[in-house]
Write a protein that binds this ligand. Structure first.
Ligand code: NOJ
Length: 760
């Protein structure tokens, strides 16, 4: 029987790889034949990605004469075209009116859902639930494809350790191990098994590379780091996305080794293609090719040639390729082979998506029914509830009872507009559920709900004007003064048994071009919290944020804090589900909350210094601050539950392992509190001695378990030397014999530990 299974799976593997190579042969033949018919201009046209305008953009340039350019074969793809009808019309022009009828590829920023909007990626990553994350990407792909799209500009996998950087909202936080798993889940979710399936989207991992390490957290700023750091701490998620089969990669805005990523041959060719074996296509970011001019790399012709020669295949919006490559070929600055190669890669992507057999990928009026379905909204509600992180819960204030009088206060309590979060380009905020709506739905008539706005999101006019660039997220129509709003809120609080304060950032206070130097709750809302706190009423702070915030006053003075990020379409319902105990929160932070901006960058997997500082110690000449602690406010992996989980010390089945051994690490986890609940059990290791300095802790495994109240479970991890590998100073992927520690616990700051040895 066993033999038969082995034989069958062998045959299957052979046939599958035969099927794959037959398909590749058919693709090669098709594309060879097509390219023979193409003129130089038509080949260059495939490298041109345009945005027709009329939709939100992320740069100051928009494309002109798009229709004429499509007819002339000067366009390979479009983005920012919203809705199946418009996409059909544009595709009609390409496949009916251009000479070779080559279909366009249609991209979009499907970042956290399409129409059904899921939590911002940073929030979603706090679920530590890769199956759930994958499911959200599958739903986003199905909706996007039903709406005519073929290509998602996602996942964004930039490791970010600087919460001032607004785009920390779009990624999975600070850890490369977790980030890699999220990257993989999202690529598989978008692409499925076969891109010809008209419910899939081609993924585009971005921003390659290291964009999250912009100096000072200022967007688009310089990045500079050692190769060892890149390989060990920043590159793994991109690599994981490539290994999961992402069809495309987007180059980033920043420089690496003082060469912009978009024109960096080491990055786009040596690393991406030669070392990692990537065989899809590379698209620039929005005018990042042209921006190489500002980086001081030369005029448009020079930088376009530089980018093509570096390995860039498609130019987003800038039209540097379109307008200069022909002349550069004549002048010998680029080769025909380089143009052909880029063109081939774009055509291959279109082939893999089935666009040559059905340029419309099955779009039809009836597929509108696949969008924003009740099932998709249910998935969004579930995903949101799983993304929330309970930061504080003094005296078990949460969950609240559905009874008595509850005051819901704050500028984010009745704001559908701010539920979706940053860059939900296709999401319709009017479809979202606000906090107050969610509470009314979940509580029904069991309690009296009062409401007061209490404050504006911010009273700083200049700041508000900039935040509101993409729409009025910070309401500027309020006629009442700050005092009038505050007084009303205090009065409402006084009438209530408990206050739910919905405060924090507006949706676009994080995201692209939304760096903040001060990452606190805006002053207007802090004043509100302080005024309510003075009434003596218990406050549950429901915190909206696209980044870790500094929350010292709140952490000291407010009894319960639930971080809800931006939960998406179903945010309000999910918030009410958690606040009133229908779901016991289980999210864990994937980015450290600093104690103060002055600590940034502060992250759990740092190196030791030569003068480490231990808590309780206070001598001079140690690595610390005179005025603040070294410890962050909330560490990586942190998040409470309504119940308690107690851990045994980790037990090892052996004290040493060699190259072929497995180490069994187990802990007993007990739900010792009063509610059923979910816990993410986290395993970290530390290499005590190495050929290079090694981090004080590195995440190597995690498991999500569900335990009934009173239940205990043994949680087992298996480690081998492969889990202990890292890139050494020569960038070889090695493990090194010696002493190790293993830590298991509820977050990176609270773990039990044991030691083991790795032998030669
Ligand atoms: C710029 C952003 O950096 C990128 O993430 C996005 O995909 C493009 N604009 C297209 O909107």
């Amino acid at each position: 029987m066993l033999k038969r299974t082995v034989l069958l799976s062998f045959l299957f593997a052979v046939t599958a790889s035969y099927g794959q190579s037959a398909r590749n042969n058919a693709m090669d033949q098709y594309i060879n034949a097509l390219m023979q018919k193409m003129t130089l201009e038509e080949k260059i046209g495939q490298l041109n990605l345009l945005i027709p305008g009329g939709s939100p953009t992320t740069g100051s340039v928009v494309s002109s004469n798009v229709e004429a350019k499509i007819k002339q074969g000067n366009v390979g793809g479009l983005f920012g075209v919203i809705g199946a009808d418009k996409i059909r019309q544009a595709q009609d022009i390409a496949v009916k009116q251009s000479r070779l009828k080559i279909p366009l590829i249609f991209g979009s920023d499907v970042i956290h859902g399409h129409k059904t909007t899921f939590p911002i990626p940073l929030g979603l990553s706090c679920s530590w639930d890769t199956a759930l994350i994958r499911r959200t990407a599958t739903i986003a792909a199905r909706e996007g494809a039903a709406d005519g799209l073929s290509w998602a500009f996602s996942p964004m996998v930039d490791i970010a350790r600087d919460p001032r950087w607004g785009r920390i909202a779009e990624g999975a936080g600070e850890d490369a191990f977790l980030g890699s798993q999220v990257a993989r889940a999202m690529v598989l979710g978008y692409q499925g098994n076969d891109l010809r399936n008209p419910s899939s989207l081609m993924a585009c991992v971005k921003h390659f590379a290291l964009y999250g390490a912009a100096e000072a957290g200022r967007d688009y700023n310089t990045v500079d780091m050692s190769r060892v750091r890149m390989y060990n701490e920043y590159l793994p998620p991109y690599k994981a996305a490539v290994e999961a089969g992402t069809g495309s990669v987007m180059s980033s805005f920043n420089t690496i080794d003082q060469i912009p990523a978009t024109g960096n041959k080491w990055l786009l060719t040596d690393l991406l293609r030669k070392e990692w074996g990537f065989n899809g296509f590379v698209v620039s970011d929005y005018t990042s090719l042209n921006e190489m001019g500002s980086h001081g790399m030369g005029d448009l012709a020079t930088i376009s040639a530089l980018a093509l020669n570096a390995g860039l295949d498609m130019d987003m919006v800038g039209e540097g390729f379109l307008t200069t490559l022909k002349k550069s070929l004549q002048e010998g600055k680029v080769t025909q082979q380089a143009i052909d190669q880029a063109c081939r890669r774009i055509l291959e992507a279109k082939y893999k998506l089935g666009l040559f057999s059905d340029p419309y990928r099955g779009i039809s009026a009836s597929r509108a029914a696949e969008i924003l379905t009740p099932e998709n909204r249910m998935a969004a509600r579930e995903a949101a509830a799983h993304s929330f992180v309970l930061l504080k819960n003094e005296n078990q204030l949460l969950p609240l009872k559905k009874s008595g009088t509850i005051a819901v206060i704050g500028p984010l309590a009745d704001s559908k507009r701010n539920m979706l979060g940053t860059w939900s380009v296709s999401g319709d905020w009017q479809q979202s559920v606000s906090v107050i709506e969610g509470i009314r739905t979940v509580v029904g008539n069991k309690a009296t709900i009062l409401y007061a706005k209490g404050a504006n999101i911010s009273d700083d006019r200049n700041f508000v004007r900039r935040v509101n660039m993409l729409g009025m997220e910070v309401d500027t129509t309020e006629k009442r003064s700050a005092d009038e709003m505050l007084n009303e809120a205090v009065q409402v609080a006084q009438e209530a048994d408990v206050v739910i304060a919905a405060v924090g950032e507006a949706a676009d206070m994080s995201g692209e071009s939304a760096s903040r130097a001060m990452i606190n709750i805006p002053e207007s809302q802090q004043n509100l919290l302080k005024a309510i706190a003075k009434t003596g009423k218990k406050i549950v702070l429901v915190l909206f944020n696209g980044r870790p915030l500094t929350l010292n006053w709140e952490a000291q003075n407010i009894p319960a804090i639930l971080d809800v990020w931006f939960g998406g379409t179903e945010a309000g319902n999910a918030i009410a589900d958690v606040v009133f105990g229908n779901y016991n929160p289980s999210g864990k932070l994937t980015a450290t909350f600093p104690y103060s901006v002055g600590q940034i960058p502060v992250y759990y997997n740092h190196l030791n210094t030569g003068r480490p500082f231990a808590v309780g110690d206070w001598p001079k000449f140690k690595s610390d601050y005179l005025d603040i602690p070294n410890e962050p406010l909330y560490p990586f992996g942190y998040g409470l539950s309504y119940t308690n989980f107690t851990y045994s010390k980790p037990a090892l089945d052996r004290t040493s392992i060699g190259a072929n051994d497995k180490l069994r690490v187990s802990v007993n986890v007990t739900n010792s509190g009063n509610y059923d609940g979910e816990e993410t059990v986290q395993l970290y290791t530390r290499q005590m001695v190495g050929s290079i300095a090694r981090p004080v802790k590195e995440l190597k495994g995690f498991q999500k378990i569900w335990l009934r109240k009173g239940e205990s479970r043994e949680v087992v991890f298996t480690l081998s030397v492969n889990d202990l590998k890292f890139y050494n100073k020569d960038l070889h992927w090695v493990y090194e014999p010696g002493e190790f520690k293993v830590f298991v616990g509820t977050d990176s700051g609270h773990t039990g530990e044991a030691g083991f040895t790795v032998t030669k």
